[in-house]
Design a protein around this ligand. Structure first.
Ligand code: WQD
Length: 366
């Protein structure tokens, strides 16, 4: 396809981003718009704030419509597609995502994360939406025997209900895509094979360099980096390091932290990959990590160096559901998607801190 045609084809593409008011969703919407896509969002704001789309508008100059819909309600979900018959792709982020919370309340996670996915896939199938990107997670690997993990690494038992919903979610997408290749069950009008990509995020951190948007945890932060920045700014008095007796170089858990903007851009590349029919199968998997692993204590040190703030933390007991150590082999995404993470660990910490400082400044204004 000639470049002109390709660019025109992009401009013809309206993408539905579910969970579009979330941390990764909003950063992805900004990247999609900056790369020529038209975007709509579906987010019931049960764990997000629609205001983040105002930040997207400041960054991109484009306003984004959000359908405030509970995707667990089929009739409300299908109405989005009836109103937008020109949707050519879906990026499905909408899900609860706290490992710790999912251990305490597994049924909440199975009900929300699976029902919303099933409804979206029903619509993709019924309306013949050909391109589907699923927000998956490195938690599908469980506690890997060998690291770094590749996309072929075995899925071990999930360590949390959250991880289980991502393992099941991948299977549900795969089965739906395979059945869509068999038109026998569909009315001729919408016989369009669904092509899917499963993106396995490692640990998304940091904030948009403009400091106009970033992570907005509701209540006490579960994730490491917002817990660090909220402790550093005094929003919470102290944080704990959950577990220092693991078999890692300093006893604390090891993860592959990746900037949210690098994760966002991978979604744009994944859609282009499908739109250009470069995919080698109808359901491809990609790891989205930097390929480097850091422990909790190393991240704290890195944050202190980037912010100049000494962190008030205590060594605490292990957190149930935690994977001991994992980081990505990201060769496949680099080779096939042309993806190249560009933010350093220092920039991840610096943008996270800049965002926390901005939030405090805004609190003074409002
Ligand atoms: C990381 C490490 C904690 C808070 C995340 C996302 C999940 C998925 C995978 C995308 C663990 C420790 C944390 C604190 C701590 N991403 N920690 N003190 O559990 O790896 O999961 O990445 O799909 O959605 O939630 O990330 O940041 O919660 O924990 O010591 O106050 O930091 O025990 O070892 P996790 P996390």
């Amino acid at each position: 396809m000639a470049m002109r045609e390709f660019l025109v084809s992009l401009h013809m593409n309206k993408i539905l981003v579910t969970g579009g008011c979330g941390y990764i969703g909003a950063h992805t919407i900004a990247d999609l718009i900056e790369n020529g896509f038209e975007v709509i969002s579906a987010d019931n704001n049960s764990r997000s704030n629609e205001n983040i789309l105002e930040a997207v508008e400041k960054i991109t100059g484009k306003s984004v419509k959000n359908y405030k819909v509970d995707l667990c309600i089929y009739d409300d979900t299908v109405a989005i597609f009836q109103e937008n018959p020109d949707i050519t792709g879906i990026i499905h982020f909408a899900a609860y995502k706290s490992v710790g919370e999912s251990v305490k309340n597994p049924l909440l996670y199975f009900e929300n994360n699976l029902n919303s996915l099933i409804n979206i896939l029903k619509c993709a199938d019924e309306f013949g939406i050909p391109n589907f990107v699923f927000s998956s997670s490195c938690t599908v690997y469980g506690n890997p025997d060998i690291i770094p993990v590749t996309e072929e690494s075995p899925m071990k038992a999930a360590e949390s209900a959250y991880g289980a919903t991502k393992q099941m979610g991948e299977q549900i997408v795969r089965e739906t895509v395979n059945s869509s290749q068999n038109p026998a069950h569909k009315a001729p009008a919408v016989v369009k094979n669904i092509q899917a990509i499963l993106l396995r995020y490692f640990n998304p951190v940091g904030a948009h360099p403009s400091a106009l948007m970033g992570e907005l945890p509701l209540g006490k932060p579960e994730n490491l980096v917002p817990a660090i920045t909220q402790t550093a700014i005094g929003k919470i008095p102290m944080m704990h390091v959950w577990g220092t007796d693991y078999d890692t170089r300093d006893g604390s858990c090891l993860r592959d932290y990746i900037h949210v903007c690098d994760i966002a851009h991978a979604h744009t590349l994944a859609l282009n990959y499908l739109l250009q029919h470069k995919n080698e199968s109808n359901c491809e998997i990609f790891n989205l990590g930097t390929g480097n692993g850091y422990t909790v204590l190393e991240i704290i040190k890195e944050f202190e160096n980037a912010s100049g703030v000494k962190l008030n933390y205590q060594l605490g007991p292990r957190r149930s559901g935690d994977v001991i150590a994992i980081y990505a082999n990201n060769d496949k995404a680099k080779k096939l998607l042309g993806w190249q993470p560009k933010y350093s660990l220092q920039q991840m910490m610096a943008t996270a801190w800049k965002w926390e400082l901005k939030l405090k400044e805004d609190e003074k204004i409002f």
